[in-house]
Design a protein around this ligand. Structure first.
Ligand code: ATP
Ligand code: MG
Ligand code: MG
Ligand code: MG
Length: 475
């Protein structure tokens, strides 16, 4: 007998409520008053000022199920979707927080109790391994001596400065803000899945899945990179609901959990895809969640800033539908299923269902005018087994056909083709210089498309792509 995602979410909140935590609602995906952040990327975002000591709450312990999007900025998983079993652009992060209340010992004890106690999740402890920050002997001893995790399932990992592998046990929200050493809990899905333990050369697989990160918030990083002590040592944790649901439902991929199974089936219905296992259906099921939730929170597809990220996600989904053979408008039709599946937990989906559908449908119409011709151009540019797409074509696709550069790169990646990014940037730069020389009135033309809709306004598009390039570079 397995637990549904909804049951796990509720159990988590109930558990921490039973430990004196205030249940707090998810905040919006659009961060309030935080220009350093593209979208809400962790449960702690809404408590940033509480950690920093600028904001006081009537509680010192809180628990949330938080809507999160990681599609740009410091935490960006857009390029992982469709390629790993564990990454989404939108996911739910379950968290417990201590604002100068308990610290390492209780955080570790709570996490272990919730995961292993038969009263809660009842996971077999031998499937769990734990990483700690390399220098954090206190956390190591708590896990090893107090909890009893054997040494062979404990791994010390540093802050990854100059390290060989991706693992990193010093969590930061962004370039600035609250941060601290962390300890992460991994679940072993079994030897039939490729991938090594954290800190190993083949750690980037789907066998050992990071399910829960416990951050010991102790510092605020300023613009110069200097760490300042927080007023009080605190705790911030995050567990991906979809990942723990996969564990509890005895499946090895997030895309096989209750919620995704149904969304993927609906994606097959609306695209008419022949193969239910197509990665494109996973991408579409992922992208309908991020785009619908973002639009519900007010980020509409647009040509710059947050709206451009939404536009990119929606267009990538549309292109995957096209790849599956669906040339008509399908994407907006998925909103109803999503609202049915997630509307109890997130009523905004039902309240804004028709507005979300309209925004997606409009984007399908706009992109639908250029998608087919753009794909034809791309196909002919790649004809003859080319291994690299030239920058001029990539630019033309962006400028004339509304293909964000990451969408073009997504198509190329499927075929093991790289994109000449330097050439693309050069073409972009040339366009910008030209537009500037032609006069500044174009800049005031706003963000809308120009003319009857087959062409994009070059200058605006160039700016938008510059935004994405900046995101790529991690700025
Ligand atoms: P990973 O190393 O797998 O990319 P992370 O270390 O970047 O994860 P954290 O910032 O520590 O993730 O976030 C806390 C938790 O949120 C993770 O332990 C994981 O369970 C979940 N999580 C992180 N990124 C994603 C994602 N893109 N999709 C689904 N769940 C995620
Ligand atoms: Mg990550
Ligand atoms: Mg990690
Ligand atoms: Mg982590």
């Amino acid at each position: 007998q397995t637990m549904t995602s909804a049951e796990i979410r509720q159990k988590f909140l109930d558990f921490f409520a039973s430990k004196g935590h205030q249940i707090v609602a998810s905040s919006s995906l659009i961060p309030a008053n935080d220009p350093t952040l593209l979208f809400t990327n962790a449960g702690m975002n809404q408590f940033k000022d509480v950690f920093l000591g600028f904001d006081k709450r009537p509680y010192t312990r809180a628990t949330t199920a938080q809507k999160v999007v990681r599609a740009g900025g410091k935490h960006n998983d857009l390029e992982n979707v469709g390629y790993t079993a564990r990454h989404h652009t939108f996911f739910e992060m379950l968290g417990n927080f201590s604002f100068g209340d308990y610290f390492k010992e209780d955080a570790i004890k709570y996490a272990w109790e919730f995961l292993t106690s038969p009263q809660w999740l009842g996971l077999p402890s031998e499937k769990l391994s734990v990483t700690v920050y390399a220098e954090d002997d206190e956390a190591y001893d708590l896990w090893h001596k107090t909890i009893g995790v054997p040494a062979e399932r404990m791994i010390r990992i540093g802050d990854n400065k100059g390290a060989k592998y991706a693992s990193d046990n010093f969590w930061t929200m962004g370039d600035t803000g609250p941060c601290g050493p962390c300890t992460e809990i991994f679940y072993d899905h079994g030897a039939h899945i490729p991938g090594g333990p954290p800190g190993s050369p083949d750690e980037d697989g789907d066998r050992f899945i990071e399910i829960w990160n416990n951050v010991f918030m102790q510092f605020n990083r300023d613009e110069a990179g200097v760490l300042h002590k927080l007023p009080k040592p605190s705790v911030d944790t995050g567990m991906g609901l979809e990942r723990i649901a996969a564990v509890m439902q005895h499946v090895n991929s997030n895309y096989d959990i209750d919620l995704f199974k149904q969304l993927i089936a609906d994606a097959q219905r609306v695209t008419g895809a022949a193969d239910i296992n197509s990665p494109s259906l996973k991408v579409i099921a992922d992208h309908i969640r991020s785009s619908a939730f973002l639009i519900a929170d007010g980020a509409l597809p647009a040509n710059d800033g947050r709206g451009y990220v939404v536009r990119r996600i929606v267009r990538r989904a549309i292109r995957h539908g096209y790849k599956l053979g669906q040339k008509g408008f399908f994407f907006h039709q998925l909103v109803a299923k999503l609202a049915e599946l997630m509307g109890d937990a997130y009523p905004e989906l039902r309240q804004r269902q028709s507005a979300i559908e309209d925004a997606l449908r409009l984007e399908e119409e706009i992109f639908g005018r250029t998608l087919e011709n753009g794909m034809a151009l791309l196909e002919s540019a790649l004809a003859g087994d080319k291994k690299e797409l030239d920058g001029a074509t990539a630019f033309k696709l962006a400028d004339t056909f509304g293909f964000p550069i990451d969408l073009t790169a997504d198509v190329c990646r499927e075929r093991n083709v790289t994109v000449d990014m330097a050439g693309f940037e050069a073409a972009l730069e040339a366009q910008r210089t030209q537009s500037k020389a032609a006069g500044t009135f174009k800049m005031a033309a706003g963000l809308a498309y120009e003319g009857e809709g087959t062409c994009f306004h070059g200058y605006q598009q160039a700016n938008a792509d510059a935004t994405v390039l900046a995101l790529y570079r991690g700025n």
